[in-house]
Design a protein around this ligand. Sequence first.
Ligand code: ZN
Length: 95
Amino acid sequence: MTFMGLLKKFPEEKDVVDYYVRVRYGNIVVCPHCGSIKVYQRNSNVKVFDCGDCHNTFSPFTSTIFEKSSTDLRKWMFAIHIFLNGKKGISGLQL
Ligand SMILES: [Zn+2]
């Protein structure tokens, strides 16, 4: 897959977040604070969810390598794709 192919599959960063959430949680995101399923994804920051019951915020990326990254998740996805599919691997500098 090329980077342009990845951009076709994930035109916006929100598409990557939605894909990640589907893989990690299935179709139901659960608030880690109270266990409620009444959660809403923010429009202003798609990486943050708000709980409708306890009013806490959380990120589905907590405790992952993406937690404090401000890099677009599409770039991360492509980097992971290159790293996993390279026959001889790839150095950090080359990446
Ligand atoms: Zn909650």
